[in-house]
Design a protein. Structure first.
Length: 177
């Protein structure tokens, strides 16, 4: 589609769309987008803020713990050998990556569970909504009656036609024995 348009119209480049306009700049909308908040999410604001604080506290706590544990070893060993310091830095980096991967998996799983819970809560209908949905899906009562009547006429007509074409007609009550 783009190729056909370029062949028909030619290549046009407009830098006007790249220039910032004061009408499109809004500080609060930008902050909301940075925090991942959607418009109209008033109650979700506190939840999202709590998640961000938890992420930040986890990151700061892990950083302090790693700094204290590996910093203590560095102070005990001293800076005698560059090889020991390099091993210590590699161990710290490995521990940091493992911790970050674990935190991402845990927080991602929890966030997924919360998002699914919110989605199912949004989709859940109360009794009145369910009744209204059933009425709408069944259609107009007059049309339903007409459909039912035509169906019965079709069934009875097919039965009568079958009786007329039959060569043998067995009458009697079924006893179930």
């Amino acid at each position: 589609a783009m190729t056909a348009e370029m062949l028909q119209v030619g290549v046009h480049f407009s830098a006007a769309a790249l220039l910032p306009s004061a009408g499109r700049l809004d500080f609060f909308k930008g902050i909301r987008r940075l925090l991942g908040l959607q418009p109209g999410e008033g109650p979700g604001l506190l939840r999202e803020l709590g998640k961000r604080v938890l992420y930040l506290a986890t990151f700061i706590g892990a950083s302090v713990w790693l700094t204290l544990s590996y910093g203590r070893e560095l102070l005990v060993w001293g800076l005698d050998g560059a090889e020991q310091a390099l091993e210590l830095l590699c161990a710290a980096a490995t521990a940091m990556l493992r911790g970050a991967a674990f935190a991402v998996l845990c927080f991602g799983g929890l966030d997924l569970l919360l998002a699914r819970k919110r989605r199912f809560a949004r989709l859940r209908m109360d009794v009145n909504e369910f009744r209204q949905e059933m009425r709408e899906s069944m259609g107009d009562p007059e049309l339903r009656g007409l459909r039912r009547q035509r169906h019965q006429e079709t069934v009875l007509g097919a039965l009568a036609q079958g009786v007329r074409r039959s060569r043998l007609l067995v009458l009697g009550r079924k006893t179930g024995r």
